[in-house]
Design a protein around this ligand. Structure first.
Ligand code: NOJ
Length: 575
């Protein structure tokens, strides 16, 4: 029996209602960005065969589950977040047989698989949209998207003032089959990503069927892309502001976080709960937990103005987890960190869902680089900053994150301490927002550079055929090979921390932390059987010894009653 699948944390998460408990409560979930993880066929692009070959690495790292960014058939206008067919695999990533083999192998190793679901929009190459355009005005398929006549004398102006998240208007004008300018369609992201009209029953039916397709394939859950965007305010009203960027994330918008989205997730939850928990090798555990229904999860990617609004997505009859983007955006500052930790825990407690923690993903600057720069630069940063400082803080931030109650997300390569590649030449960039955002944002390619597995060799072991984005020189020194077994390496720090979390379930359990008195710039808090001390200042600070050092993000020496906590360092103590 593998310890991974058989450990729902019911016994340790005392403050969550029973219906919300399960393996995900304190899980460490690893994000694989398939095109940049490992290339199995040597074409320079990562693929499912590559991921499958590296599952033992993930098992060894100790994570509970793997979330894969989209691998479906797609023209790749937004790296797969533009899906043309939700039930097939893009040939660049493999086949359905590869997906099946990957899911089976993962389960054999005791790893769960979460796939990405993209329900807010399809690709403009999706059959519905292609036919909607080809059939012209009056096509019934147009009702499954948002087609509208333009404003102005000849319909030459967009139907409303909404802007695309990637920059420019959120509307594109179509050309009718007879060659004359026609209606406009809505796309909150790139023009190649038309938004579905979720008021149309065929859209809801289709996604229920897609959920079942992947649940039947055996997946353990879905990360739901733009979960806050599916429902738009009735009548698609103007925003009335020319500063949409400022409002985004700070206000409820007519196209984001509308209350109607919750009904959709309640209907999805019913479907997930019908499915039995996936069985791993060796049959049910002695407690018989594996045969329980449920165990398949929904995770919301919902950028909302407050953690309280995020909590709405994880009420007991909706999703299981939601990303905590407020945490991801917090500066390396004790007071700010304490505040966001408290607010996050307080917001989730009433709904009984686990709080989640995340520092990096494929849309934002890696936290090593974020912390290497001054605060306040946002989540897409163009400067490398002070690399040593960034790595030191990133390691400390990771130990802090993994000592908090709830579930933690790790983005591929952060366990190697990879920085963002901030000097990619413009001509190799592929992020659509880079081309539309006019210099405001659009630097997501920097965190998507294929990861190094070996010191040398073609693309540092990523694959035999180079890599779709150039890897910087010296990348091999950060590779898995270079760091494996290396005392003090970032990879070994992650391995030890995740193993310690598994060995001491108290670390991830519960829904609260007990703050202890701490000098300015430090965080000191108790967890069952542990104390965690974090020095966010740039200077060493002497504090009383708290027990036995279990793990520290930089070397520490205790001499009797006191310890000098180095700058930007986290220490875990057993008490
Ligand atoms: C969020 C995804 O994480 C991002 O990569 C994508 O561009 C947008 N949603 C649109 O699907």
């Amino acid at each position: 029996m593998t310890q991974h699948l058989a450990a729902p944390s019911t016994g340790t998460s005392g403050d969550a209602p029973a219906h919300q408990t399960g393996w995900w409560q304190d899980a460490v979930i690893y994000q694989v960005y398939p095109r940049s993880f490992a290339d199995g066929n040597g074409d320079g692009m990562g693929d499912l065969a590559g991921v499958r070959g590296r599952l033992p690495y993930l098992k060894d790292l100790g994570v509970d589950a793997v979330w894969l960014s989209p691998f479906y058939a797609s023209p790749q206008a937004d790296a797969g977040y533009d899906v043309a067919d939700y039930r097939t695999i893009d040939p660049m990533f493999g086949t359905l047989l590869d997906a099946d083999a990957l899911i089976r192998d993962a389960h054999d190793l005791g790893l769960r698989i979460i796939v990405d679901l993209v329900p807010n929009h399809s690709s403009d190459r999706h059959e519905w949209f292609r036919r909607a355009l080809a059939e012209g005005p009056g096509s019934a398929l147009r009702e499954r998207y948002h087609f509208r006549p333009g404003k102005g004398a000849d319909g030459e102006l967009p139907p409303n003032d909404w802007e695309s998240i990637f920059g420019g208007p959120a509307w594109t004008r179509t050309t009718d089959p007879d060659g004359t300018p026609g209606d406009w369609y809505l796309h909150l992201f790139a023009p190649e990503q038309p938004d579905f009209n979720w008021e149309h029953p065929a859209v809801a039916d289709e996604f229920r069927s897609i959920l079942r397709f992947w649940l039947d394939m055996g997946v353990d859950g879905f990360r739901v892309d733009v979960a806050h965007g599916l429902v738009k305010a009735a009548g698609l009203p103007d925003l009335g502001s020319h500063d949409q960027l400022k409002l985004l994330g700070n206000d409820v918008m007519p196209f984001f976080d509308q209350d109607g989205v919750h009904e959709i997730y309640r209907s999805w939850r019913i479907i997930l709960d019908e499915y039995p928990e996936k069985k791993g090798p060796g049959g049910p555990s002695s407690e018989g937990r594996w045969w329980a229904t449920g165990g398949r999860i929904l995770v919301a990617e919902a950028w909302t103005p407050t953690v309280e609004r995020t909590a709405n997505y994880v009420r007991p009859d909706e999703m299981h987890q939601a990303f905590n983007f407020q945490y991801l955006s917090t500066a390396w500052d004790a007071a700010e960190l304490r505040k966001v930790i408290d607010t996050s825990l307080d917001a989730m407690r009433p709904v009984g869902a686990p709080t989640t923690w995340v520092l990096s993903n494929h849309d934002v600057t890696r936290h090593t680089t974020r912390f290497a720069n001054p605060p306040g630069l946002g989540t897409q940063i163009r400067t490398a900053g002070d690399r040593d400082l960034g790595l030191r803080r990133a390691r400390a931030a990771t130990l802090l994150m993994l000592a908090l109650p709830g579930s933690a997300y790790v983005y591929q390569g952060e366990e190697l301490g990879l920085p963002d590649v901030t000097d990619l030449p413009d001509e190799v960039r592929q992020d659509p927002s880079f081309f539309r955002a006019e210099g405001q944002d659009g630097f997501r390619d920097g965190c998507r550079v294929p990861i190094p597995w070996t010191r040398d060799g073609s693309s540092y072991g990523f694959g035999d055929g180079g890599s779709w984005l150039p890897q910087p020189e010296g990348w091999g020194e950060l590779s898995v090979q270079a760091q494996t077994g290396e005392e003090g390496s970032t990879l070994e720090l992650y391995r030890s921390a995740i193993a310690a979390r598994r060995a001491h379930p108290g670390l991830g359990a519960g829904a609260s932390v007990e703050w202890l008195g701490a000098p300015e710039g430090l965080l000191i808090f108790a967890r069952p059987g542990f104390v965690c001390t974090v020095n966010t200042t740039g200077r060493p600070v002497r504090i009383p010894v708290r027990g036995n050092v279990l793990l520290s993000s930089s070397p520490v020496v205790t001499d009797g009653a006191e310890i000098e906590l180095p700058a930007d360092t986290t220490v875990w103590w057993t008490v």
